[in-house]
Design a protein around this ligand. Structure first.
Ligand code: GLU
Length: 535
């Protein structure tokens, strides 16, 4: 049973205006601290975002930066300004400060990604695609990985600001656009859902005379034919480019004209596939075949960075809503259909193997790009141009294998209840929603300031004691967790509560031989007593 201990009423409120009824965000404000545990500055708020992986270019922080425009980084933020900032982005601030984001320990997760990057970087197997000179000329050593969770937490390492062609990763996107525009029934009158069991550009159709699925060349040419067929070719391209822009949270999307021209020149197989499909009456009525092929080559020649592509993958992981802008780009049913086909057909002739080993929907392209989706958790973009014999990025596959070795993110890892060797980076609602006094005491014993601050943001009472009258301050003192006690002292936390044996935190620090903690608690007691006498 928990009981409330008497508050140290002689302590001044931490914030002058905390008593005001209209000050809604006091717990959030109190959960932010700086090195000196004095009033917080803009820098301290930014730090909170940084730790959680919310980047400075995140569109959701625009208002915050506008508010900061004429101010210095270390300028103090008054509680009123804080209130004002929060009125605008309350949901994001709540999630960040309470730690309720898709990956709560984003720093550890990013460090693990960095380790995997370092480990896989030395894998130099494979060969850059050489069917067009523009791809052959790409630096084979390039390697970038970017992650974007469904809450827009981002991390990038390596060559993540270099532009590369999306190539076949445009296939799932074009399929989504077609589904969203025309519906599943119409689209699948013209393209199947089966893996073909053959190469991605094999001259073959299913027994209905249709391309097997939208993730291979014939199927992608088919879905391209459905995208705004009544617009002129320039506007059709703009339409698709604009979709990429929305999917990537407004990042700049490029276009490589020489890749486009080369693709067009070396496209005998794609022409052959298209004529074969036309012969079988597979296209929607009035399709202009040559126009569609040009349009498809243009879509393959769109350029992007892994940083932007991870947000595209994050949007798919988030059911079609862009994590950083909140804009709904695709319907969830559309994304569900697309991920199902990426799962079974997205990795060329390795798709079955990939589904078995990695257990996640993905799509790769001959430029060395891999778009990996972890539904309801995050999207990952990997780019490294050296390909294996099936056309998948060697480092890309290696990265996925290492990721799945470390984390239980394979679709069916959920069946294995305890996998002690694997970690789960996810936020689990049931774990965090009802955090108790016991959780707080554990955090205090470990000196886990971040956890404590997240609980403070959620409104937990630091003055609570258990049946024996033990408070978080007692526990922190027993373990010599000085930083926690310094933080407690800035809030209205009693530091001289007595447990049922009559011991105060100071007694506990003494008993534990934590001399610095003892000294701090002693000083605090003296200062508090003085100020009590003065009033
Ligand atoms: N532009 C290539 C083609 O259609 C795409 C290849 C790919 O990335 O799979 O032939």
């Amino acid at each position: 049973m928990e009981k409330e201990i008497k508050k140290d009423t002689n302590q001044k409120p931490f914030l002058a205006s905390e008593t005001k009824k209209n000050y809604k965000h006091a717990p959030l404000y109190r959960s932010i601290s700086n090195e000196n545990y004095s009033k917080i500055s803009y820098k301290n708020i930014l730090k909170k975002f940084e730790v959680m992986g919310i980047q400075k270019d995140d569109p959701r922080l625009r208002y915050f930066f506008e508010n900061m425009k004429d101010k210095k980084l270390d300028e103090k933020v008054s509680d009123e300004s804080f209130n004002d900032i929060l009125e605008n982005q309350s949901k994001l601030f709540q999630k960040v400060l309470k730690g309720n984001l898709a990956v709560p320990d984003f720093t550890s997760f990013s460090n693990e990604i960095k380790d995997i990057y370092k480990k896989t970087r030395t894998n130099n197997q494979g060969k850059v695609a050489d069917y067009i000179p523009q791809l052959k000329r790409v630096d084979p050593g390039m390697y970038g990985i970017s992650v974007c969770t469904i809450d827009g937490q981002r991390y990038s390492i390596g060559d993540t600001n270099e532009y590369f062609c999306v190539q076949s990763t445009c296939k799932p996107i074009n399929y989504c656009i077609a589904l969203d525009d025309l519906g599943e029934d119409f689209v699948h009158k013209h393209v199947g859902h089966e893996p073909s069991g053959k190469g991605f550009n094999e001259l073959t159709l299913n027994d209905r005379g249709l391309p097997h699925n939208p993730m291979i060349n014939s199927g992608a040419i088919m879905t391209s034919s459905m995208l705004k067929p009544n617009l002129n070719i320039a506007d059709r391209f703009d339409y698709v480019l604009n979709m990429w822009k929305k999917l990537s949270g407004s990042h700049r999307i490029g276009f490589n004209n020489s890749v486009y021209l080369s693709e067009k020149q070396t496209a005998d197989r794609n022409f052959a596939l298209s004529y074969f499909m036309r012969e079988n009456n597979a296209f929607p009525e009035n399709t202009n075949l040559l126009e569609v092929l040009e349009f498809y080559f243009q879509c393959c020649s769109i350029e992007i960075t892994t940083d932007a592509m991870s947000i595209v993958a994050g949007t798919l992981a988030n059911g079609g809503v862009c994590p950083t802008t909140g804009i709904k780009v695709f319907h969830p049913e559309t994304v569900k259909n697309c991920l199902s086909l990426m799962y079974s057909c997205g990795m060329y002739d390795f798709s079955g193997e990939f589904a078995f080993r990695i257990g996640l929907p993905a799509k790769s392209g001959v430029s060395g790009a891999v778009l990996l989706v972890i539904p309801n958790v995050m999207g990952i973009a990997i780019w490294s141009p050296k390909l294996d014999s099936l056309g998948n990025s060697v480092k890309g596959l290696h990265f996925c294998e290492e990721l799945i070795k470390k984390y239980s993110l394979h679709n069916y890892d959920t069946l294995i209840i305890s996998q002690q060797s694997k970690k789960d980076p996810r936020y689990h609602r049931y774990q965090k929603e009802n955090r108790t006094h016991a959780d707080l005491c554990w955090a205090a014993s470990r000196g886990d300031l971040l956890q404590i601050q997240q609980m403070v943001a959620s409104g937990i009472n630091l003055n609570q004691a258990d049946y024996d009258g033990r408070t978080p301050a007692h526990i922190a003192a027993s373990e010599g967790q000085l930083e926690c006690l310094k933080y407690f002292s800035t809030l209205k936390v009693s530091l001289d509560a007595k447990d049922r044996w009559g011991n105060t935190p100071l007694d506990d620090a003494k008993r534990g031989l934590h001399s610095k903690t003892e000294e701090f608690l002693h000083k605090t007691q003296v200062t508090r007593t003085k100020s009590r006498l003065q009033h």
